[in-house]
Design a protein around this ligand. Structure first.
Ligand SMILES: Cc1ncc(COP(=O)(O)O)c(C=O)c1O
Length: 422
């Protein structure tokens, strides 16, 4: 029988595009640090009949009948999330990371109160108070910055700012920060100024669960994570919090912000937590960091300038404009032609606009999910250097792309089976 037979009959155009994406994900070296390969089990749960069911409310307290199975599924997901993070309460319904942050703010802040997160050009997320985002419009944003010398968090400077602006909430956890976060420092600062400590661990959840980065819990009062990054789950998010915030968080999600939860995602989140409990996941998380360090070392030998000088986690942020004479945008285009996916990114203390920033951001969750190790990272570093130094040489980029595809053949992607394309 052919692959995706129902789609072949109903909508072959979409089927072909899905298969095209499968091939692209198989044949490229994906270094976007917020992406991953969900397992077949996660994909099965995400693509199940649970998509048919409306479940507004929470297990045991729904506005619709027929919740015999969805109540059990959501309860399992909640219990696994609570256990994984050692927190009192979990809400697994947020549609994604941004609404999860919004729900936390709605639970603990009033309009106009002060939110203190890392400014976006230094690695914070849009939803941490950036001016064009709801978080910078509804609330008063007083962002902190990285230290200009070390390009790392400066806890004394953050503390000083917190004393001045007296935030209602301090957000720690980032989109483009390559270093270990010292959560206990944020706890001290929040205790001193009477702020809620919110940890957004979207990027590093997998590392935390696998023991490769310290956990912010139970020090943080509230936390969110997306489920589709290093956790390797479906596209979604969840909130965890201390008991005192539980009711406000649940109300903020439903009825405050959302209607029916996406049950298929809830089930897949539960599956992702089960997978993360396995010993292999610990090895996976450790290897993500080893790979990032190996790739960083190789890039340094090629004279790329890495923000903060290196990495402690899954992510590398590098400046290309001055160190390599090519903008982040042009570098990412050249890399894509060479079969390597990265994303252009702003660099701390550089005024280049987000649409044409001075560097790129890369990470190792995807390549580690394929079983690649330090030896492959060295090769990738060499290819990256070649691609950005020959960015206008279409032949060189095409040759690298061929070599990348050859390497990719030996490293299967979870959730994708090339036999299907035969
Ligand atoms: C730290 C952080 N928080 C929140 C989000 C938002 O997640 P989503 O894109 O699912 O809304 C992201 C996404 O990249 C992120 O990096």
């Amino acid at each position: 029988m052919s692959y995706l037979p129902a789609l072949q009959k109903t909508d072959p155009e979409i089927r072909d595009l899905i298969i095209g994406e499968e091939k692209r994900e198989w044949n490229t070296i994906r270094l976007i640090p917020s992406e991953n390969y969900a397992s077949s089990a996660v994909l099965e749960a995400s693509g199940s009949v649970l998509t048919n069911k409306y479940s507004e409310g929470y297990p045991g307290k729904r506005y619709y009948g027929g919740q015999e199975f969805t109540d059990k599924i959501e309860t399992i997901a909640i219990e696994r999330a609570k256990k994984a993070f050692g927190m009192d309460h979990a809400n697994v319904q947020p549609y994604s990371g941004s609404p999860a942050n919004m729900a936390v703010y709605r639970a603990v802040l009033q309009q106009g109160e002060t939110i203190m997160g890392l400014t976006l050009p230094h690695g914070g997320h849009l939803t941490h108070g950036w001016k064009v985002n709801f978080s910078g419009k509804i609330y008063h944003s007083a962002p902190y910055e990285l230290d200009p010398q070390t390009e790392m968090l400066n806890y004394d400077a953050i503390w000083k700012l917190a004393k001045e602006v007296k935030p209602k909430i301090i957000v720690a956890g980032y989109t483009a920060y390559p270093r270990t976060i010292h959560w206990e420092k944020f706890r001290e600062i929040c205790d001193d100024v009477g702020a809620v400590f919110h940890a957004d661990i979207s990027h590093i959840t997998g590392l935390i669960l696998g023991g490769a980065h310290p956990s912010p819990f139970p020090a943080a009062d509230t936390g969110i994570t997306t489920s589709h990054k290093s956790l390797r789950g479906p596209r979604g998010a969840l909130i965890v919090c201390k008991a005192q915030y539980a009711q406000a968080v649940d109300k903020a999600i439903m009825p405050g912000l959302q209607g029916g939860p996406h049950n298929q995602t809830t089930a897949a989140i539960a599956v992702a937590f089960k997978e993360a409990e396995k010993p292999e996941f610990k090895a996976y998380a450790g290897q993500i960091v080893k790979n990032a360090k190996a790739l960083a070392d190789r890039l340094l030998t090629h004279k790329f300038r890495l923000i903060s000088g290196g990495t402690d986690n899954h992510l590398i942020l590098m400046e290309t404009t001055k160190s390599k004479g090519i903008s982040g945008k042009d570098a990412s285009v050249a890399l894509e032609k060479a079969g390597i996916e990265a994303n252009m990114n702003t660099i701390p203390f550089d005024d280049s606009p987000p649409a044409n920033p001075a560097g790129i951001r890369i990470g190792t969750p995807c390549v580690t999910s394929r079983g690649m190790k330090e030896a492959e990272m060295a090769k990738i570093g060499d290819w990256m250097n070649e691609a950005v130094t020959h960015a206008t040489d279409e032949n060189a980029l095409a040759r690298i792309k061929g070599e990348v595809e050859e390497l990719c053949k030996s490293f299967p992607c979870p959730g994708i089976d090339p036999m299907h394309w035969a």
